[in-house]
Design a protein around this ligand. Structure first.
Ligand SMILES: [Zn+2]
Length: 418
């Protein structure tokens, strides 16, 4: 019997799933108002279209890339006897698109497509041996199309190869690498407040610390499901963590990015919308003075150069350079996250704001603080309490991370291969 043996992955990575659902009902209402039958074209209009499919063999995996008109929701299944990997793309059409011939691959025999439930696209990968697909959806880099990337790992990753060849030196044990041998990018997620510090409190009694923990945990799961990324939480339950400790946790895990999640509050109930913050120049300058003064930081590496052994002027210049570069990266990253949030929520400010928040002060980790909405605004308080809005914020942040790393792929990471 060909029955699913394992549900590998069930993720809703589409940032606009709820908007699509909304659109669908809006289309239905509009059609009814005009007295027209529910037309096939209305169905087609809300479908995601595949415009191109490519396949190729790479070092360690076989990759399929689907160009899409919009992000998709997908589900994955592994089937045995014979081995197959199935990926279902919801509300997706593939018409008049040439399918690539199977690449010379140790795992993939070929790929078939079919229609499921009348509207979904089913991709079936016939496999030579069991392989767990790794899937990532990348936003457009230049106003073009989204890309759905499906990697089927060949198994027996780089570690095995190293062990088989005594002439190759062992990898540095601190190198973070996934099963495929790529260095994983570590994303530190910092849900604000916690424990004795409830953060802002809404009129209905909603506590910021609870909302931002929910958003943070959803973001953690999305990042964990994204190949090439690994999440680290500063807190994953209701506990108090001092601000400096939060950046220290990120540093201890050699985080590549730091994202603090909050909900805003203001004395006027009318204040509304989401915002994204980076460190201000003043905040950076005062932090530099603190770093240079603090003995415990002297052994830390900043921008690849050790501060110890340099005189204070040189150290100051090195730290300044590192901070400037980090701040540029933070602004770029923040801008991408803000743009994604702007697709699903109202924005308080259309530009990344800058302030001296302590959690943003790591001189060498690009860091942003996301204010998800105003908990002091009754309408937004209601939205913040919903899992749907929390998920939209988490998905937007993930899309911003993907967008940032597609544009600035560090060497040796999966993004450098996309
Ligand atoms: Zn807060």
């Amino acid at each position: 019997m060909n029955k699913p043996t394992q549900s590998v992955h069930s993720a809703s990575v589409a940032i606009d799933a709820d908007r699509r659902r909304f659109l669908r009902s809006a289309v239905g209402t509009g059609v009814a108002a005009f007295g027209l039958p529910f037309a096939e074209s209305a169905l087609a209009a809300r479908s995601v279209r595949v415009s191109r499919v490519e396949a190729g063999r790479h070092d360690g995996f076989t990759r399929y890339v689907f160009r899409l008109s919009a992000p998709v929701d997908f589900d994955t299944l592994l089937l045995d006897n014979p081995a197959r990997a199935v990926v279902d793309l919801r509300s997706t059409q593939l018409r008049d698109v040439a399918l690539p011939s199977a690449p010379d691959s140790p795992v993939v025999k070929g790929m078939r497509v079919g229609v499921r439930h009348g509207t979904d696209l089913r991709l079936v990968f016939d496999l030579k041996k069991r392989a767990r697909p790794q899937i990532i959806i990348l936003p457009p880099t230049d106003g073009g199309e989204h890309r759905l990337v499906i990697d089927l790992p060949h198994g027996g990753g780089r570690d095995t190869v190293v062990a088989d060849r005594p002439d190759v030196p062992q990898q540095n044990s601190t190198l973070r690498s996934g099963a495929s041998g790529f260095r994983e990018l570590v994303v530190a997620i910092d849900p604000g407040h916690g424990g004795k510090d409830p953060g802002a409190i809404g009129r209905r009694g909603t506590r910021e610390k609870d909302i931002v923990l929910n958003i943070g945990l959803q973001l953690r799961d999305l990042i964990a499901a994204t190949p090439g990324l690994r999440p680290v939480m500063t807190r994953s339950d209701d506990r108090y963590i001092p601000l400096r400790k939060r950046t220290q946790i990120a540093r201890d895990h050699e985080a590549d990015l730091f994202i603090s999640v909050h909900a805003d509050a203001f004395r006027l109930a009318s204040a509304k919308g989401a915002s994204v913050y980076c460190l201000s120049q003043n905040g950076a300058s005062s932090e530099a003075a603190r770093w240079l003064a603090a003995k415990e930081n002297s052994a830390d590496f900043v921008g690849g150069a050790s501060l110890s052994g340099h005189d204070e002027d040189v150290a100051s210049v090195l730290l300044d350079l590192a901070q400037t570069k980090t701040l540029e990266s933070s602004l770029d990253f923040g801008d991408r996250v803000l743009g994604q949030i702007g697709n699903v929520a109202q924005l308080h400010k259309r530009q990344v704001q800058q302030a001296g928040f302590a959690v943003l002060k790591s001189p060498d980790i690009p860091s942003i603080l996301v204010e998800s909405a105003f908990i002091s605004n009754p309408q937004e308080e209601r939205r913040l309490r919903t899992r749907a809005y929390q998920r939209e914020i988490a998905q937007s942040i993930l899309a911003g991370v993907n967008s940032y790393y597609v544009a600035h792929a560090p060497q040796g990471t999966r993004y450098a291969m996309l």
